[in-house]
Ligand binder design. Structure first.
Ligand SMILES: [Zn+2]
Length: 96
């Protein structure tokens, strides 16, 4: 009995299509009160249903990065991001 290792073909977790491409994306993660951005994440994108998902090894890698606490010394760059409050919007709407 031979074992088939489909190392070159990844099937879509949603529809099972083999038309899956790797797109490098960036994503933001909250760690306590700190927001960090991880870039160059190899996301798998299905050509059939457009589902985005991560390979198990990628999920493990992100978990390891989270476990390390995203040390600032390893950061490639720093971003400053604007912060908004949804409450401000409600206040504007309620006032006459
Ligand atoms: Zn799919």
């Amino acid at each position: 009995m031979d074992t088939q290792l489909e190392s070159s073909s990844i099937s879509c977790a949603n529809c099972g299509s083999l038309d899956v491409r790797i797109h490098h994306v960036r994503s933001a993660f909250w760690q306590d009160d700190r927001l960090v951005v991880v870039q160059d994440i190899p996301a798998l994108v299905c050509g059939a249903c457009a589902e985005h998902f991560y390979a198990d090894t990628t999920v493990v890698g992100l978990d390891l990065m989270r476990g390390e606490g995203f040390p600032s010394a390893k950061a490639r760059a720093e971003l400053s991001v604007p912060v908004f409050s949804f409450g401000d919007r409600e206040r504007v709407k309620v006032e006459p």
